[in-house]
Design a protein around this ligand. Structure first.
Ligand code: 4NP
Length: 173
């Protein structure tokens, strides 16, 4: 699990009725992070709490800016009931002002975000998606599926569903 004081702050915001602002980040913002955003959004809609959350995703590599999620990711996500409509955008310094927690998928994302963060306090907002996993405790990254086959995309969705549900529970408990 991640720094408890960060989650405590998010829980406080939630219970005070302030929007909890979550940014999911990966490399291209066309596979893992838009899927994380879509899954978390789905959970909040199912629970009737969508108005309590401001969700977005971004990429550390800007080469896919403006694109919908990768077609393979959309196909695998649709089979599980997630409609991914996010358009890729680059992560930016300003995101550290606009979000309460910024969640990276792997080591490279975490170090990219640490370089982007303007201050040490901002760096405290950065966490790793797999730190929330309950059913998959031995993964320390959501692996990049871009050069993988169908199993890679299914694994991404398994890990993200696990982590998103646990994060949602931690914020709303
Ligand atoms: P993502 O996957 O970081 O999960 O969106 C990738 C998408 C594109 C590239 C790499 C990873 N790329 O090299 O273009």
């Amino acid at each position: 699990m991640t720094d408890n004081s960060l989650i405590t702050d998010l829980r406080k915001r939630y219970h005070e009725g302030k929007p909890v602002r979550i940014l999911f980040v990966c490399l291209g913002n066309i596979c893992r992070s838009p899927a994380a955003e879509g899954i978390f959004r789905y959970i909040t809609e199912e629970k009737g709490t969508a108005a309590h959350f401001h969700l977005d995703s971004a990429g550390l590599y800007a080469g896919h800016a403006g694109e919908l999620p990768d077609k393979r990711m959309r196909i695998h996500a649709t089979r599980r009931g997630y409609n991914l409509t996010h358009r890729s955008r680059p992560a930016r310094e300003w995101d550290f002002n606009e979000f309460d927690i910024i969640i990276g998928m792997d080591d490279a994302n975490i170090s990219g975000l640490r370089s982007l963060a303007p201050t040490d306090d901002d760096r405290k907002k950065i966490v790793r998606m797999t730190d929330f996993c309950r059913l998959h405790p031995y993964y320390d990254a959501v692996p990049d599926p871009y050069y993988e086959g169908a199993a890679g995309f299914e694994l991404v969705l398994d890990l993200l569903e696990d982590a998103c549900m646990a994060l949602y529970d931690a914020i709303t408990e």
